[in-house]
Ligand binder design. Structure first.
Ligand code: SIN
Length: 545
């Protein structure tokens, strides 16, 4: 098989953004879609809560905009927020046309299948506006989009293909202004690195929750896209704002299992082990306060009491309703011996969503021309310093759509690729010490959890920086000397992304949204009321006004 593939559009990632974009652009050209495990192994597939959009007469664009800005702690770009919110209803229609099914009111007793959507509520939303499919919304979206992609004659899907680095015109040795030309991709089955050329690339590789020891994210979330784009010279923004979801199941055998915020939206109450409802002590919105506030409140309660978890209590709700509305959570908890209709669910915060990412414009394009980025890998300006729950699936689809429009418009004006360099393996040999990978992987995740977590300080961040610098050096040496494996590719990306988070956190000497530091506990709008930008070779800086 040839080691070079040519497409009109290259898509990296198979979550909602990658699949939606692929379906749109495939009407205009050949699409190669690369995904590092199976198609359905994406963060989208794990999304429980749903997708926020204004579809009810009781709601308004202004209210959704205000809720997003309030959660974002002064860093959302208002014009981007409005742009995304106003496209919500259209994007829901597009998903319905692709076959996605959202719950209707019949859940609440009305049997008409065309009845109004059943809308959930989540933290910091002042209205019910979350469209959902029981508590497995992401799985439903992934099912519908993937089945269309699989049947599309102009989309070729490459599973078990792990992107290693972007191919740019500079990397190809050209002196023209830098632009994206595709990617080098490791075929996990053959062990060969293949060249995927396309004049336009959409990166939709998801987030970076695996940077932390405890996360709600699937294993694929190692920040690959953010790291690749940064290495290729694109600007990355706001990496200090890592969102910790307040309620992940705390159980020795439960790996990364989220208890959706929609449970609190339906009346769930957070309690300490002795039964005290503690959120009223922390915020006027109590259990539906912004996510950063709830996660910090739990962290405070755990540190104060020394307990291992707090408890999410829904025992006052009708058991039949709980089983119908949250079937996945009900079953999974039962598997672990927890009957949510009778006892509190033990929960702890865990890394959940990266509000930073590759800086993109209104069309979803990064400052590396012809590299578009959508979904969690992007920083569009929507989330600011703290993402409003369930805004991310909406953002992903709005920017995948915008990127598709711009890609289609641009396709026929792009120059021919000319000769492109194949991947050079050099003298790399098979590793005889794969333990280096597992050891470094564990060290990074633990140091990020302990020193760069929910509550930070200069001293903790400095410790983290010293350690990550050492680890990066070791990982780079290993990377150049040994043959690539998907684990090594991910480890290198994890180290890059951790460094970006630490550098951005050290730079922001204030507390805002998801970045809270003991040394600067107040918000400082005058000095820090702007995004943090990181670009290869430069010190961190604030976005110019
Ligand atoms: C949840 O269901 O609580 C997660 C929703 C989100 O993170 O947007």
């Amino acid at each position: 098989m040839s080691n070079r593939h040519d497409f009109d559009f290259l898509v990296l990632g198979s979550g909602i953004a990658g699949l939606f974009y692929a379906l749109r652009v495939a009407e205009h050209g050949q699409v190669g879609l690369v995904t590092k495990k199976r198609g359905a192994d994406s963060a989208t597939n794990w999304a429980q809560g749903g997708i926020a959009a204004v579809v009810s007469p009781d709601d308004s664009f202004d209210a959704h905009v205000d809720d997003t800005l309030n959660a974002g702690a002064g860093l959302c770009k208002e014009e981007v927020v409005r742009h995304v919110v106003e496209r919500g209803p259209r994007m829901i229609d597009a998903l319905l046309k692709y076959g996605v099914e959202f719950d209707r009111e019949r859940l609440r007793g009305d049997e008409d299948p065309d009845s109004e959507f059943s809308l959930g509520r989540e933290g910091s939303h002042t209205r019910r506006r979350i469209l959902h499919h029981r508590d497995t919304t992401g799985r439903e979206i992934e099912r519908a989009l993937l089945s269309r992609v699989a049947r599309h004659p102009r989309i070729s899907v490459f599973e078990h293909h792990c992107a290693v680095d972007l191919l740019t015109s500079h990397r190809a040795g050209r002196t023209e202004p830098n632009r994206a030309l595709g990617a080098y991709v490791l075929n996990a089955r053959s062990g060969e690195v293949e060249l995927f050329h396309a004049p336009i690339t959409l990166m939709a590789t998801g987030g970076a929750g695996k940077v932390y020891l405890y996360t709600s994210n699937p294993d694929i979330a190692s920040g690959d896209g953010i790291a690749m784009a940064y290495r290729a010279g694109a600007s990355v923004a706001n990496m200090e704002f890592m969102q910790f979801h307040p309620t992940c199941l705390f159980h020795a055998q439960a790996k990364s299992f989220l208890i959706t915020e929609a449970v609190r939206g339906e009346g769930g109450v957070l309690r300490t082990a002795d039964g005290r409802a503690f959120m009223p002590d922390h915020h006027a919105m109590k259990d539906l306060a912004p996510r950063d506030v709830v996660a910090r409140a739990i962290d405070t309660e755990l540190k104060r009491s020394g307990a291992e978890s707090v408890f999410l209590d829904v025992t006052h709700k009708d058991p039949a309703f709980l089983r119908e509305r949250f079937p996945n959570i009900y079953e999974r908890c039962l598997d672990f011996g927890i009957d949510i209709t009778r006892q509190g669910i033990p929960v702890v915060p865990a890394a959940h969503y990266c509000c930073g990412g590759v800086r993109t414009n209104r069309s979803g394009e990064s400052d590396l021309p012809n590299l578009f980025v959508a979904g969690e890998a992007a920083c569009t300006g929507l989330h600011g310093a703290n993402r409003l729950a369930s805004n991310s699936l909406l953002e992903a689809v709005v920017f995948a759509d915008a990127a598709a429009n711009e890609s289609i418009a641009r396709l026929h004006d792009l120059p021919e690729p000319g000769a492109l360099p194949a991947w050079e393996e050099g003298d790399a040999t098979e590793s005889d010490e794969a333990v280096v990978i597992t050891q470094n992987w564990d060290e990074i995740r633990r140091l990020m959890w302990n020193y760069v977590g929910i509550v930070r300080s200069d001293r903790r961040l400095a410790r983290a920086k010293r350690r990550i610098d050492l680890l990066r050096e070791e990982i780079n040496e290993y990377y150049w000397n040994f043959k690539l494996t998907p684990d090594l590719v991910e480890l290198r990306n994890l180290a890059t992304v951790s460094t970006l988070v630490i550098r951005a956190a050290l730079f922001r000497k204030e507390s805002r949204g998801l970045h809270y530091t003991l040394d600067y506990p107040e918000r400082d709008d005058e000095r820090y009321g702007r995004d943090t930008l990181l670009q290869r070779g430069d010190a961190p800086r604030l976005e110019p006004t």
